[in-house]
Ligand binder design. Structure first.
Ligand code: DQA
Length: 149
């Protein structure tokens, strides 16, 4: 697997959860789209969702063991709370893009701070579900450049 796509707490409920903020696409729709987008470029994409911080940390160490090359993550509310997740990314050193469906800067103040953004290669916020595909486009491009180097 080349790219791991992680969705954190409550993102299992996409499509039903506050659709006025997060849209109508389900997580299954988004994940299937990303797997197909990756396959079209010869890139293996594996989706993972968990509502549990520790499971995401375990998944990151597994990704390191599996030599995953890039991660796309929507950490959900863990973005704003989790030193644990930050430390895990700092430890595994796998490059990642942070994605938010909503524009976190247009919402409550507490959503303005991310424990991950300064470790991320890039951050996409407010593009809706489309942000995942934009992130994967970038990652595919990056992996192609690396494979030519
Ligand atoms: C989110 C934004 C977070 O503030 C929120 O806690 C989420 C989803 C987004 O995708 O817009 O669960 O990451």
């Amino acid at each position: 697997m080349d790219v791991l796509v992680i969705n954190g707490p409550n993102l299992n409920a996409l499509g039903q959860r506050e659709p006025e903020i997060y849209g109508s696409a389900t997580l299954a729709d988004i994940e299937a789209g990303l797997v197909a987008q990756g396959a079209a470029a010869g890139i293996a994409v594996a989706p993972f969702q968990s509502n549990h911080e520790g499971e995401i940390v375990d998944r990151l160490y597994q990704a390191k063991a599996d030599r995953v090359r890039f991660i796309i993550i929507n950490p959900g509310a863990l973005t704003h709370t989790s030193v644990v997740l930050r430390d895990a990314f700092a430890s595994v050193k796998i490059p990642f893009v942070e994605v938010h469906i909503s524009n976190v800067y247009a919402r409550e103040d507490f959503r303005r701070h991310s424990f991950l953004s300064d470790l991320a290669v890039a951050v996409l916020t407010g593009f809706g579900a489309y942000g995942y595909g934009m992130a994967l486009d970038y990652v595919i491009e990056k992996l192609e450049v690396w494979s030519r180097e």
